[in-house]
Write a protein that binds this ligand. Structure first.
Ligand code: PEP
Ligand code: MG
Length: 901
């Protein structure tokens, strides 16, 4: 016989907290509290397996559920000393959902089940409280009509207005008629009148009578909860939170206790610590003479739980601590007991019936990043958890909240979403819309805060991107130009926001019929990819002043084995990354240095050169600039390794984009604009990402590799002479064959030897390669014969393994995710089963030749916690990510070390 039902009550439960998968979070914790001797109203949990059975069997229940349920009802009756349906001492039930993971407000609840024309008189006689009984009755009618008769049955009301709303209108009218201002003003007789009107309205609008039978009410409610698992709200919540459909929900049937019997009764919710700050204070709200739904519904403003958490606004409100001190003390003792037992902050619900305290729920409380850190560190010092558990208590992404301003979550829940895109750069920002990089820069100079809105960005836009508080693009994916650059600067950025129609000429932005102009305000939540109209409030971030953060990160560093480097090009970024704990530079993209207005001219001259000699002369103009750049970052990273990559992108990216720029360049170089146009069209490639880029440039134009190597080594020589310890690692991009690497390595070494000799100095350096093409991974053993290190460029490796253009995936990714063709964006989180195989093969083959081959990753995945865990497991030495991701990666690496120990 399969057990469908698990009982709890009278200090004994058949389930436990470990059984969340079968009993759901609520059911498992009700069982656990019962076993802890905490007073929980007795009842039983119908398992999630029954939910799955119900859906797998055409909405039918297992045949023996009925019998098991009757047994459970009988046992609960015994514990309570009351009878379900009894005319003189009736027992009422609540029915609540409870999935494995909490889904707040997504599923249904029905209270006061069992009130019928037969049981009502008995309950009135027993309690002597007609008002309470009919108040409970009207609540049952409202919830049942809404949840069971309308939503679960899929019936539409005659007038097409929701039945709950209709019943609320009846109540409102009754109050108006009688001159009452609050529900509390209604007498028992008033509630009788209102209940009768409710039932009439239900019959008329839904075509059926409200059931006057206890069992019909109970089964109707249980079924409605199971059905709510596949309600619209629950389905969309599951999608957002990645909760599998197969989990199903459990149903909890529990004896009612009443917070609405009079002034000595109450209901409330609380957190065992402050969930917004993490402070170790009991924090919650309560309502006198009320049932749980009243707190949630927001019709009445709840009172603060205790004196210490009162604010300026509720100084005069009555706290539970002063109104019912004994009950408050009991509740506080339970708070401490639960924290000790669960060793975590709890979110609890309770009811007080005539001065007696009952616990209705406990679960691990949701908290924000700063609170998570404080609670974890405090709990370590309170000897509740060890360092490893403290480190695991904070999710790497919560660290992010400390590094960026955030959109005020409260304002966010109140605001209507305008559009959704890919969360490319975290944090929140608000500003006025501009459509060009030049405008962004100009407006910033006038002290205005702007959001740069573009279809996509190019290196030409970086000045405006830098000036903007946030960047929003309609195209592009997680490794598009906008995403890379924004992340590097820790800037809020949303890309691939397909619903935007941008008209740069007219300077308008149209989203789902809403037209916005230049200067209108937008707010971006870059952590979630959400765009809002207007100006929402921001919460500031400053990890420097947070001592718990510093302590937690020290523990993370003690625990982790994976090193964390940063992707950075400028000395300022390197310094910042170092302050965040970076242990070197894993990728310096030299081309990012080429767009400075002074240098771009030399770059363009180099590209336009007609002969090797002319090109060599132009390239050499870049040498002093590059030497300065490299000196800057090597010095900023003294004592730490710095990986500098040779030129990577196709040359056309550096060419002028419009006529004005072409004419300017023609004047400067004293050649015709047409000659430039011809050269640009010669450079045009049908598929530039697979075209003349990476080491293919250095092979065709060795003088570029020579110049860059010389700049690196001359800077090195100078710093070494000044007793500054530097460790340059020269990296060749987009290698697919041993011979490509061999070709470039020979040039680099030749220049290194020459610089050492010219400067009469010796220095150490490495020459290694990116592994970012499938062929490089497949032949890693050949390449490792020469290469001294590998760095996985998983952006290109993902692009070339899937054959998905990293710049165009935004066009179809939303469909792929929607239709579950992909579970996630492979440019954001590494595709471990496909691309990951190539990475693993690269590691194994590389180390089969060089046992201690140094291996890292410098694609965007180096900052993604799940991908970092993969890197840890396959034995990489380090991950490299943008400066603002460094703390996230440090914590993620510590998590991996603990989990995989
Ligand atoms: C990569 O391809 O993963 C990489 C780091 O290089 P880029 O993004 O510059 O192509
Ligand atoms: Mg690459």
């Amino acid at each position: 016989m399969t057990k469908h039902i698990y009982l709890f009550g009278n200090n004994h439960a058949e389930g436990s907290a470990e059984m969340k998968n079968l009993l759901g979070g609520k059911g498992a914790n009700l069982a656990e509290m019962t076993n802890l001797g905490i007073s929980v109203p007795p009842g039983f949990t119908i398992t999630t397996d029954v939910c799955n059975y119900y859906y797998d069997n055409n909405l039918n229940y297992p045949s023996d559920l009925d019998n098991q349920m009757n047994d459970a009802l009988r046992q609960t009756e015994v514990v309570m000393g009351k009878g379900f349906g009894s005319t003189d001492n009736p027992l009422l039930f609540s029915v609540r959902s409870g999935a494995r993971q909490s889904m707040p407000g997504m599923m249904e609840t029905v209270l006061n089940i069992g009130l019928t024309s037969k049981t009502i008189p008995g309950l009135i006689a027993k309690t002597g409280n007609k008002r309470f009984v009919y108040d409970s009755y009207r609540r049952l009618i409202t919830m049942y009509a809404d949840v069971v008769m309308e939503k679960a049955a899929g019936v539409e009301t005659k007038s097409r207005k929701g039945i709950r709303h209709q019943l609320e209108t009846i109540l409102f009218d009754h109050k108006e008629e009688k001159g009452y201002s609050e529900d509390a003003d209604l007498s028992g007789d008033d509630w009788i009148v209102v209940s009768d009107k409710f039932k009439k309205q239900i019959k008329e609008q839904l075509g059926e009578e409200f059931p006057d039978d206890t069992y019909a009410q109970l089964w109707g409610s249980v079924t409605a909860v199971f059905k709510s698992w596949n309600g619209k709200r629950a389905i969309s919540y599951r999608k957002i939170e990645n909760i599998p459909e197969e989990w199903g929900t459990a149903v909890n049937v529990q004896a009612m206790v009443f917070g609405n019997t009079g002034k000595g009764s109450a209901t409330g919710v609380a957190f065992t610590r402050n969930p917004a700050t993490g402070e170790n204070v009991f924090y919650g709200e309560w309502l006198q003479n009320a049932q749980g739904e009243d707190v949630v519904a927001g019709l009445r403003t709840p009172n603060p739980l205790n004196e210490s958490t009162k604010t300026d606004d509720n100084q005069d409100a009555l706290s539970l601590e002063s109104f019912l001190p004994q009950v408050y003390n009991d509740l506080d003792a339970i708070r401490i007991k639960l924290e000790k037992h669960y060793t975590d902050m709890q979110d609890i619900e309770f009811t007080i019936e005539e001065g007696r305290l009952w616990m209705l729920q406990t679960r691990s409380g949701k908290r924000n990043g700063p609170a998570a850190i404080k609670i974890a560190v405090d709990m370590f010092h309170e000897n509740l958890i060890n360092k490893e558990r403290a480190v695991l208590r904070v999710s790497p992404n919560q660290i992010d909240e400390l590094l960026h301003p955030m959109v005020d979550p409260e304002e966010e829940t109140r605001s209507e979403l305008l559009a959704k895109g890919l969360p490319a750069g975290p944090g929140g920002a608000t500003g006025q819309i501009v459509f060009t990089a030049d405008d962004a820069e100009a407006w910033k100079k006038e002290n205005r805060v702007v959001v740069l809105v573009r279809d996509e960005t190019s290196p030409e836009d970086v000045h405006g991107m830098h000036a903007a508080a946030a960047i929003l693009t309609s195209k592009g994916g997680m490794t598009s130009h906008a995403a890379l650059v924004a992340r590097g600067w820790g800037k809020c950025c949303i890309v691939g926001c397909n619903s935007l129609q941008i008209n740069t000429d007219e300077k308008t932005l149209t989203v789902n019929g809403v037209v916005l102009k230049e200067g209108d305000s937008l707010t971006l939540n870059g952590t979630a990819g959400k765009v809002y109209r207007g100006k929402l409030g921001l919460l500031n971030a400053d990890p420097g002043t947070n001592k718990e953060y510093a302590e937690l990160m020290t523990w993370a560093d003690e625990i982790r084995t994976l090193k964390v480097r940063t992707n950075a090009e400028r000395p300022e970024d390197s310094v910042l990354a170092r302050s965040f704990g970076a242990q070197g530079i894993g990728l310096c993209r030299t081309e990012h240095m080429f767009f400075d207005p002074k240098r771009i001219l030399a770059v363009r001259k180099m590209i336009l050169a007609g002969s090797e000699e002319a090109r060599r002369t132009a390239v050499m103009e870049l040498l002093p600039y590059q030497r300065d750049d490299f000196r800057g970052i090597l010095e900023a990273m003294n004592d730490l390794p710095v990986t500098i990559r040779l030129l990577d992108p196709p040359l056309h990216e550096f060419m002028p984009q419009n006529n004005e720029q072409i004419n300017e360049l023609a004047d400067e170089l004293n050649i015709s604009a047409d000659a430039i146009r011809i050269r640009i069209s010669n450079l045009h490639e049908l598929n530039p990402m697979l075209g003349h880029r990476g080491c293919r440039l250095g092979i065709a134009y060795p003088e570029i590799t020579e110049m860059q190597s010389r700049a690196i080594f001359e800077a090195t020589a100078e710093l070494i002479k000044n007793d500054i310890n530097v460790f340059p690692e020269v990296m060749v991009p987009l290698v697919g064959t041993y011979t490509e690497f061999e070709n470039q390595e020979a040039i680099v070494r030749k220049i290194a030897d020459a610089v050492m000799e010219e400067n009469s100095v010796k220095f150490n350096y490495l020459v290694g390669t990116m592994i970012e093409l499938p062929r490089a991974a497949l032949t890693a053993d050949e390449i490792a014969q020469k290469a001294e290190f590998f760095s996985f460029g998983t952006n290109d490796l993902t692009q070339t393994t899937y054959g998905f253009s990293r710049d165009d995936i935004g066009g179809f990714l939303p469909d792929y995710l929607e239709q579950k063709v992909l579970t996630h964006d492979p440019f954001q989180s590494l595709d471990q089963s496909g691309v990951g195989q190539l990475v693993k093969m690269g590691v194994d083959k590389g180390r089969s030749i060089r046992e201690n081959l140094k291996i890292g990753i410098c694609g965007e995945h180096g900052g993604d916690p799940t991908s970092i865990d993969f890197c840890h497991r396959i034995g990489l030495d380090y991950v490299s990510c943008s400066p603002y991701r460094v703390p996230v990666a440090r914590l993620a690496a510590a998590h991996s070390a603990i989990i995989n120990a």
